[in-house]
Design a binder for this molecule. Structure first.
Ligand SMILES: Nc1nc2c(ncn2[C@@H]2O[C@H](COP(=O)(O)OP(=O)(O)OP(=O)(O)O)[C@@H](O)[C@H]2O)c(=O)[nH]1
Ligand SMILES: [Mg+2]
Length: 305
């Protein structure tokens, strides 16, 4: 299945309620002041954020002056284009080290999909003939290590782990050091899920990142914030706090195969300027895709099948 088809079915709930709402308020087939106010409301409901909702409203108004928009399809066309522009505006591929190991740290709230995404990233790199070390820096729960070990085995990766309850910074340190000495291509650091509202846990994250940077200048090459696509508006708050505390460089939105509310991708790109780099479209090793702004925008406004 193409990424667009996956996204279209994952974003079905959002796209059909968006379409229904816009169609129902566009009664006279004319863009009026009242319609624009209601449109802004509908867009806010879809989680694209206040800023993007206002910008979309202004764009519709502008376009209408130019070419008199008469059908809902024309409206969707204008909005799709603008959403694609917003997402493309911050779009950037995953960074890799020019030489030596590339290090990615995955962060996010509990259950977002960090460990699974590590498995998927390992699968991708291994598929390209690259070697991978996984760092079990989620030392909080013993089960977390076991889950990562399953992914390591499945993808033929090496896992570096300490006792549960030990210092996560030390695990990251050992993993990076091992990668340098063994000439390993990629280090994937799994961190414990943490609420962005817990200051001490955010400090711990900063420490892990600092330790990595000290051991390998330029690392980590990505701090990837993993966000559950079904989260809704709270995802924006998570992104804001993690971005500030942990210097997030890119976002992975997971569970876009389920009943996600994809509007949050637009809010994150637009209000925080953070690039969405990856999307998770399932639980298996090959269910990770590079983000594609055009496909995403198209799916967000797609006509139901
Ligand atoms: N459908 C679907 N499920 C996913 C996706 N990514 C992760 N999951 C599922 O989400 C659940 C949580 O995933 P984990 O990878 O354990 O999440 P985590 O962020 O490591 O969780 P903690 O370590 O507890 O903070 C698991 O059941 C995964 O299979 C996805 O893209 N699609
Ligand atoms: Mg985990």
């Amino acid at each position: 299945m193409s990424l667009f088809d996956r996204l279209r079915s994952g974003l079905k709930r959002t796209s059909s309620s968006l379409r229904e709402a816009v169609t129902s308020i566009f009664t006279g087939g004319r863009v009026t002041q009242e319609f624009l106010d209601e449109l802004e409301e509908v867009l806010i409901q879809s989680d694209v954020g206040l800023k993007a909702a206002m910008a979309l409203r202004d764009r519709i108004q502008e376009e209408n002056k130019k070419r008199n928009l008469k059908t809902p399809e024309e409206l969707f066309g204008v909005m799709e284009e603008m959403v694609a522009e917003i997402l493309e505006g911050v779009s950037e591929p995953l960074r890799t080290a020019p030489s030596g190991p590339t290090v990615y740290v995955l962060v996010g709230v509990n259950g977002a999909g960090k460990t699974t995404t590590i498995g998927k990233l390992a699968e991708r790199w291994r598929g390209q003939g690259k070697s991978v070390i996984m760092a079990a820096a989620d030392t909080f729960r013993a089960a977390a290590q076991e889950q990562l070990a399953v992914w390591a085995k499945r993808t033929g990766s090496t896992i570096i782990a300490h006792q549960s309850g030990s210092d996560p910074g030390a695990v990251a340190f050992d993993a990076v050091r091992a990668a340098i000495s063994r000439g390993v291509d990629l280090v994937l650091v799994d961190t414990a899920g943490r609420l962005h509202t817990k200051g001490n846990l955010m400090e711990e994250l900063k420490k892990i990142i600092r330790v990595i940077g000290r051991e390998l200048p330029g690392a980590p090459h990505e701090v990837i914030l993993v966000i559950d696509g079904t989260t809704g508006q709270n995802g924006l708050n998570q992104a804001r706090v993690f971005a500030e505390a942990a210097g997030v460089t890119g976002v992975c939105i997971t569970k876009l195969d389920g009943s996600s509310k994809g509007g949050i991708a637009v809010a994150i790109a637009d209000e925080l300027g953070l690039p969405i780099k990856l999307v998770g479209v399932g639980e298996s090793a090959d269910d990770l895709r590079d983000f594609d702004a055009r496909a995403f925008a198209k799916a967000l406004f797609a006509r139901p099948e």
